[in-house]
Design a protein around this ligand. Structure first.
Ligand code: NAG
Ligand code: NAG
Ligand code: NAG
Ligand code: NAG
Length: 434
């Protein structure tokens, strides 16, 4: 085939790839659970059930009337939303068999930048081949942090409590699973997803990192430890160097910093000149353009409070005619009072107690706690057995191969009902993370 005929395909392919990896601003979600989703998906569940209009769900806790200021994104529409900090956007549906009246929406464009996807893990060998560990307090960032400090590029979470690390060679061989198969709440944070049964949720370890060189034409800056709160005493610097650019456009998707001593400073990387400074409590414009091709992005927090932090996308604007550069704002500070945080704080501990939806969560997190305790007990007992009867040998107890569940009954679970299933992963080789 002549090259001219191939070219459109190649272009299309590169557009597709770049939209996924180098244009995170095209993502419609920057939070780990899609709480910030404001797109127009309006079908739920695998069978694409139409969502009910939020202005018609007054019999339920969440409806257009309960969100008059629009903070939760509800209104005269039937788009999927996550007003209660669930694991992903959902909506009410009209089905009532077995009491189903809400469902999750599977929205491909709603994944935080840095989330690679949900993949199959057959266990032997594990999908990510690096170090691994388990924790009854596992969160997305706990695993990312673990893998980042061990020098890996990717972190994978499975079954709610297991963490695996790997590199791009592992990720290249992963087999995709459907997103709904990663359905296990993290043991340490029930509004985050930590894989599923034999399914692994994979993240890049730059999410929530402190320091780095960002040399792509666009990308996202997350606060340290995102999606968890940034800690006290953070001091991080990123060099933003989009290729062939005279200016950088920043777009603030999330900016939740309360402490006025926690400061974001944006400087010209060459001259060191201050371009913009935002203190906690202030609210930046949603979009600014800074006249530099090398942006020094520094975040500093004091010892007092921490907070959810920020998600800011950057985009190099290419070479500009010199007249345009001079017309750009040189230095800008913002003093608009920060909008009330109380709603956002309330979002973190939602109140849906009067409804079954919440009850399920409460029940399942209690179940998780119980089972985590049971696992700890089991580990302890097995330890005692091995210690007392070394001749029996560990190998007769584990690994829990799929074909021999009888020796491993405690490690299997009915779906969504507690302890995850690590398929045939050799758990004896996994150490506790925390
Ligand atoms: C809800 O909003 C839709 C779309 O604007 C509108 O057509 C419908 O009449 C509204 N329903 C009620 C009960 O207000
Ligand atoms: C960023 O690049 C500079 C100079 O190229 C280098 O000295 C520094 O170690 C890099 N930082 C990181 C975090 O990679
Ligand atoms: C540069 O400025 C001119 C006139 O002010 C404007 O039309 C043009 O779009 C600007 N170019 C860029 C890249 O912003
Ligand atoms: C949660 O809802 C219940 C019943 O609707 C109410 O009694 C309680 O005060 C609410 N709690 C909060 C923190 O809003």
């Amino acid at each position: 085939m002549p090259l001219e005929m191939l070219l459109p395909f190649l272009l299309e392919l590169s557009l597709y790839v770049s939209s996924e990896f180098t244009h995170p601003e095209l993502s419609q979600c920057f939070t780990v659970n899609g709480r910030d989703y404001r797109g127009a998906a309006s079908q739920a569940g695998p069978d694409r059930t139409p969502c009910l209009y939020w202005n018609k769900t007054t019999q339920h806790l969440y409806n257009a009337q309960s969100d008059l200021d629009g903070k939760l994104g509800l209104g005269d529409h039937n788009y999927c939303r996550n007003p209660d900090s669930d694991v992903q956007p959902w909506c009410y549906v009209s089905e009532t068999e077995e009491g189903i009246y809400w469902k999750y929406c599977d929205i491909p464009e709603c994944h935080m930048p840095g989330y690679v996807g949900c993949f199959l893990d057959f266990g032997a060998p594990p999908a990510l081949s690096g170090v691994s560990g388990t924790s009854s307090k596992l969160t997305v960032q706990a695993c990312i942090r673990f893998c980042r400090t061990k020098g890996y590029q990717y972190a994978g979470l499975e079954a709610g409590y297991a963490c695996f690390c790997g590199d791009s060679s592992d990720v290249a061989t992963l087999q995709a699973a459907s997103n709904s198969q990663c359905d296990q709440y993290c043991f340490g944070r029930p509004n985050e997803i930590c894989g599923g049964d034999g399914k692994i949720s994979v993240y890049s370890t730059w999410v929530g990192a402190c320091n780095g060189n960002l040399t792509s034409s666009s990308g996202v800056l997350y606060s340290p430890d995102f999606p968890e709160d940034y800690g006290p005493g953070s001091s991080c610097v990123w060099d933003v160097l989009p290729p062939d650019s005279d200016a950088v456009e920043l777009q603030f998707h999330i900016f939740q910093i309360i402490d006025s001593n926690d400061v974001l400073e944006l400087r010209d990387g060459t001259s060191g000149a201050l371009l913009m400074k935002i203190q906690g409590g202030q609210e930046p414009l949603s979009r600014v353009t800074l006249p530099t091709g090398h942006l020094l992005f520094r975040f500093q927090s004091d010892q007092e409070f921490s907070g959810p932090g920020y998600a800011i996308t950057f985009k190099g604007l290419g070479k500009l005619p010199s007249s345009n550069i001079s017309s750009l704002q040189k230095t800008s500070t913002y003093s608009t009072p920060f909008q009330s945080m109380s709603e956002d704080v309330a979002l973190v501990s939602p109140n849906k107690t009067s409804e079954q939806h919440r009850d399920q969560h409460t029940a399942s997190s209690k179940g998780l706690l119980l089972l985590a305790f049971a696992l700890a007990l089991l580990t302890f007992c097995v330890g005692i057995i091995i210690w007392r009867y070394p001749s029996c040998g560990w190998s007769s107890v584990v690994p829990c191969a799929v074909g021999q569940p009888s020796s491993c009954t405690m490690l299997y679970r009915p779906k969504k009902d507690g302890m995850g299933d690590l398929t045939s992963v050799n758990q004896s080789s996994m150490k506790s993370l925390l």
